[in-house]
Design a binder for this molecule. Structure first.
Ligand code: ADE
Ligand code: ZN
Length: 333
């Protein structure tokens, strides 16, 4: 089977997706007009031209700018529903999405407004398209731990529908240890924990995320390859990495896809998964990430299927569902 066919047929779980990063310029303009919000771009072409990043921060500046047009519950609904339609097209059958409450609460949009819009779209997608999902809320690491505690408090009325907490935004200079207390409190409240670590930051940040935040998955984690002891621990503990290949190229973590370390990590026995991160900004959703990675690194069919099996194994779905999807993946080899 050729790459394209195999990837299309493969059921997939997405484990690293920022819902605000799925904001396509067309929808951004539509919502901006509807809400009468001024954005600094004149047209869609100008927006796309601005998507020329040289590192994580240059992307984040534009990402937070775009999110400013999201004000009402229906805006969050439309944003989320549009992403779920892409999932349906790409045979993503389960998704665990991140949202950044502070990006919105800091602008005066309530936690409830964003949460309810996102959740209603997820419920509709389950019913209409059979896509299962979970919600993970991320703390912005450039803000203080005190502000993260405030967000944790605001989430409590919705706790039963939020599976975990994560950590995102500007990595370098904001190590996981800054959030040790709030993550401990979150775990006591029953949240699972994940964190971005080792995207731009050093392997020490991955150690901290594992030891101090007790994370269940490492978001990105590609710089783990620089520390053999860390790598051996990740392999031994079957700790999954939610790798985002197109994101890594756009943000210059690697110069080109041919230089990405995903295949090396996979062959060393790391539980690697493929994800889209911020697909509207980085040039593609799940299948595009699979396809470009497979082509550039000359992945075998077995490796492509393994990546998908890994995504179900590393997900927070039930064992029965894991078995169902993994069997469907294996049937394609
Ligand atoms: N927020 C959205 N995408 C992100 C990424 N790739 N790294 C850190 N924070 C983010
Ligand atoms: Zn991310």
């Amino acid at each position: 089977m050729d790459y394209e066919n195999l990837i299309k047929k493969l059921p997939k779980a997405e484990l690293h997706l920022h819902i605000e990063g799925s904001f396509e310029p067309e929808l951004m303009f539509e919502i901006a007009q509807r809400n009468k919000v001024d954005i600094r771009f004149k047209n869609i072409e100008e927006v796309r031209e601005a998507y020329n990043f040289h590192n994580l921060q240059s992307f984040l500046d534009i990402y937070y700018e775009g999110a400013k047009v999201l004000i009402k519950e229906e805006d969050f609904y439309d944003l989320t529903y549009a992403y779920l339609q892409k999932c349906h097209e790409d045979n993503v059958v389960h998704t665990e999405i991140f949202f950044d409450p502070q990006t919105h609460t800091q602008r005066g949009v309530s936690f409830e407004t964003c949460f309810l819009g996102i959740k209603r779209a997820l419920d509709d997608a389950q019913r209409e398209m059979g896509i299962s999902s979970e919600i993970i809320m991320c703390f912005l690491r450039h803000l203080s731990e005190k502000e993260a505690f405030q967000t944790l408090k605001e989430s409590l009325p919705f706790k039963d529908n939020i599976i975990g907490v994560g950590l995102d935004s500007s990595e370098v200079g904001h190590p996981p240890s800054k959030f040790q207390n709030v993550f401990q409190k979150a775990r006591e409240l029953g949240f699972v924990t994940v964190a971005h670590a080792g995207e731009e930051g050093p392997p020490e940040y991955i150690w901290e995320a594992l030891d101090l935040l007790e994370i269940k998955r490492i978001d990105h984690g590609v710089r783990s390859i620089e520390d053999e002891e860390l790598l051996q621990r990740i392999i031994k503990e079957k700790m999954a990495l939610t790798v985002c290949p197109l994101s890594n190229i756009k943000l210059r973590v690697f110069n080109k896809m041919e230089e990405h370390n995903l295949k090396t990590l996979l062959e060393k026995g790391v539980k690697v998964t493929i994800n889209s991160d911020d697909p509207a900004y980085f040039g593609g959703y799940m299948n595009q990430n699979f396809l470009e990675t497979a082509k550039a690194l000359k992945l075998t069919s077995e490796q492509i299927v393994q990546l998908s099996i890994n995504s179900f194994e590393a997900s927070f779905i039930s064992d029965a569902l894991k078995e169902k999807w993994i069997n469907q993946c294996k049937a394609l080899i």
